[in-house]
Design a protein around this ligand. Sequence first.
Ligand code: ZN
Length: 539
Amino acid sequence: MSLALYNKWRPMRFDDVIGQEHITRTLKNQAAQNRLSHAYLFCGPRGTGKTTCARILAKAANCLSPVNGDPCNACAACLGINDSSATDVFELDAATYTGVDSIRDLRDEAVYAPSELRKKVYIMDEVHMLSQSAFNALLKILEEPPEHVMFILASTELHKIPATILSRCQRFEFRRIERRDIAKRLMKVAAEEKIPLADSGALTIAHMSDGAMRNALSLLEQASALSGGAALDSDGVAKALGLVTAEVLLNCASLIAAGDAKAVLALFAAQYESGVEPAGFADRLMALYRDLLIRKTSDTDVLIGSGYTADDLSRLLPQYAPERLLFSVKTLRDALLQLNRSPNRRIDVEMALLALCRPSLGGDYTALAARIAALEARVAAGFVPAAGTAAPAGAAGAESPPPAANPGAPAASDPPAVPAVPAAAPDAPQPVSFRDELISALRDTLDRMTYSYIKTCDILAGGEKLILRAPDDMTYEIVSKRKTLDAVAETLAVLGRPHRVSAELGRAAEAPSGDGAAADGFDELLSFAADNPDIAGIR
Ligand SMILES: [Zn+2]
């Protein structure tokens, strides 16, 4: 991460800190009234200003001519802290300083009065990394702190800090910074730095920064370095950072509305090859659908995406019903949730796009992926879609791609060579096709007893949920243990079939053989696959 801009533009006074007014106001008041505590804990996400505020607080505690609680940044104390030459302010990174000995040294040393400043200040970053014995040593100092010492602890993981420590610190929780506040700050920095950043470009960066000013300034620096001086509007930022541009997004949404899956996948493939991250693509597309949905259902104009205008949205809106917009947001959100654990993000995003093009395939994209897996199994086993329902054999010049395998095979009348895969109704849980694969993978993961019980369960899936259905109380008690469910979920993720796992008691009703309901999307998918062999052959 490039941090030159971040370091240069680090706020020097409480008033300059963005988006944490609830904290800076209190600290400023305490400093102005000389009521500063001897121990603070700053917690919250990375890049939201914890260390910055700690430094300002160190100055506020030592400044020789403070202004309403803010440091002056001009006296000897402030200057010494600003250029890190002050010998009484210590910045420690607990990640490299975890041992009890270091904390004992610190404790022995802290009792001596400061050499130049009014207060010795210990700023300890990532304090949750300390070992238990180091925490105990730290606790001893916090219990009876010398008058001249101040501790400022910072952490991204509050839950790892012992309650005994928490109870002796004043705690401040830093929030992710609002996108608009980040964009405003970026515009200010860009103006000073003569970077040609436009409002839309600032919003695009703010959108990507996850509420952290450090990320935002680092991205601005990258974009500015990579743009070669070109204007940084939304598209300029997108191009420089390898993001999908608003124009491509709008085009994609239009193609999806038309159900043109082939064109959508081609568009995505071109983006992917030009370096666009699948997750970034899905994320921006989701933001677009969210904005469309908001615009369709309410009068507000608060857009979270960037680079497109309200007019752009108005042009797209007639192509979408509200339900389909909602479905699109959910589908992309679910896909994004799975992406972290996915072995192949490109395929996952392609599946999601495919589902967006064909919402009639029902439910969610996990169901779709399952159906495609089933379809692949059938194709691999030589199954050819029946002429009547699928590839329109009589259509002009129709040259259905795979039939060379067995010309004129009576596919419809003969029993299929592979056991029929039940085509799931989207919501009713169905036995999974990968049961054997899962069970054999679990053999290595679970203890023998749990393994022997889990083998007796029905394994069903509905949407992204996987259910272990235990035949009796004893089995249920064993398989429903948190540890077991977690182990199964992990194994599923390793197999590339991420699911949420739960257990229930009771025998499955006879699994429906499902030909009645099967005439829904599955046949449509078969015919779609026959029409588009390049897409069905994705893997
Ligand atoms: Zn000062």
